[in-house]
Write a protein that binds this ligand. Structure first.
Ligand code: GTP
Ligand code: MG
Length: 426
């Protein structure tokens, strides 16, 4: 096996071990052998002539003319600003990206099993990685790759897949309850990879659109106009869930505004009304938004009343009706995440126990007598967001948590499906 020597893709800085970089897939070796660098000059300079394989939100995969597959990840930098496209030819010494010098850069040779010693050079420093230790680490971790192999089984059996529920997350909530802001925050946070999981829009245009809208949300100088426009349309977004940057689970995010669940709303046809039920049944988890603005003040009684009137009314009636229908068929609702959005607005007035009391009371009847999993999760885009006419900083609270919970259910589903397939084959 040949040894390789590569220039580091950053021109300045100090090497340190990927084991100390804090990013699970790099730490456990499943991204291949490589190094992390801190105190860089804030530029990515390509070490070889080759081609762009794949562009991610904060990472890129490139391949040299002689087959070295290099993966580079920078903090939360967005590569799109540099207009790098998939399949684009790249030259040695080409500058690929500029970024804040405080960011750590991680890079690995993804096909490291094809090579002997891999040495990265940076100024006078050499950082050499020998094959044996690392490949042992990877072998020991091969058990953790399970979700991927299960999803592959599922993909190869697309016929049976069609019969399976799942591959959707449905979010319900009155207009203005924070559904779109949550989606933008979730997409941004999950784009940076959490515990090895990343969410990426399947279409580059959708990715760009969501990223631009989040950038607008970040721009505090805009005050109130930083927020997205309200919408009275059903919105659907197609995403890929990735593990270690490999797609393991495509899914759709479906956003129904509150008016959709109101039987008396004449703008909604019965077909559209029934469509919501279909979407819910196909969901791995559903999310219901409860606007935290209703939980301000000191009277629990008043808060319950507001949540009942403004958040629970139509959603609750709709879901109870659906739950009863399903019960007759021996089925139940998917797991439910009750998202207390804009929690920054009420965190000082309403603690976790009171939130629970309010939600249980306002949605009474929905949770009783069934085996549906329910989690109540406060989320917020920033605790000072409202300051100076909405000129506060974004500082998300719990934003990845609901989707990670949903991913957990999705993967359990896949494992059950894999087990079912194995049993069927025997
Ligand atoms: N304080 C605070 N305000 C928020 C937060 N998220 C959203 N908001 C505010 O809530 C408003 C509505 O949020 P959207 O995400 O547009 O609500 P929506 O549920 O998508 O509304 P429709 O599209 O009309 O159904 C925003 O314009 C913000 O003013 C948050 O985390 N904290
Ligand atoms: Mg919206």
């Amino acid at each position: 096996m040949r040894d390789i020597i590569l220039n580091s893709p950053v021109e300045k800085g100090q090497f340190f071990s990927l084991k100390d970089c804090g990013e699970t897939p790099f730490v456990n070796g499943s991204m291949g052998r490589g190094a992390a660098v801190k105190n860089t000059s804030g530029r990515i300079i390509l070490p070889f002539h080759g081609r762009v394989l794949k562009v991610f939100r904060n990472a890129i995969s490139i391949v040299s003319d002689n087959g070295i597959n290099l993966f580079i990840q920078i903090g939360d930098k967005s590569f799109y600003e540099e207009s790098v496209r998939e399949n684009q030819m790249i030259n040695a010494y080409q500058i690929l990206a500029y970024f804040n010098v405080s960011k750590i850069v991680m890079f690995t040779v993804k096909n490291d099993a094809d090579f002997g010693d891999i040495t990265f050079q940076l100024g006078g420093q050499n950082y050499t990685l020998q094959p044996q230790n690392v490949s042992n680490t990877r072998a020991n971790n091969s058990k953790e790759d399970k979700p991927q192999s299960v999803s592959n089984t599922r993909k190869n059996n697309s016929k049976e897949n069609d019969n399976m529920a799942g591959r959707k997350f449905t979010i319900l909530g009155e207009t203005g309850s924070g559904k779109t802001c949550y989606l933008l925050g979730m997409y941004y946070e999950m784009g940076m990879s959490v515990a090895g999981y990343t969410v990426v829009a399947t279409e580059p245009d959708a990715d760009k659109n969501l990223t631009l809208r989040y950038d607008r949300l970040k721009d505090k100088s805009r005050g109130k106009s930083r927020f997205p426009d309200p919408s009275d349309q059903v919105q659907k977004f197609d995403f890929n869930l990735q593990y270690n940057y490999e797609t393991i689970h495509p899914f759709q995010w479906v956003d129904y505004h509150g008016g959709f669940l109101d039987k008396r709303n004449r703008d909604i046809t019965s077909e559209q009304y029934n469509d919501v039920a279909k979407s819910i049944m196909e969901s791995e988890m559903i999310f219901i938004c409860i606007d935290g603005a209703n939980l301000t003040g000191s009277s629990t009684h008043k808060k319950i009343r507001k949540v009942k009137e403004r958040c629970a009314q139509h959603v609750k009636d709709y879901l109870i009706e659906l739950k009863d229908k399903l019960k007759k068929e021996n089925k139940s609702l998917p797991p439910i995440g009750m998202l207390v959005t804009k929690y920054d607005m009420c965190a000082d007035d309403t603690d976790a126990d009171e939130v629970r009391e309010i939600v249980e009371e306002a949605f009474e009847g929905l949770f009783s007598g069934n085996d549906t999993f329910v989690a109540i999760i406060p989320v917020s885009l920033g605790d000072t967001l409202e300051d100076d006419d909405c000129q506060g900083e974004l500082d998300p609270l719990n934003v990845p948590l609901p989707i990670l919970m949903g991913i957990n259910f999705a993967l359990i589903d896949q494992l059950k499906y894999g087990k079912w397939l194995i049993e069927k084959q025997h």
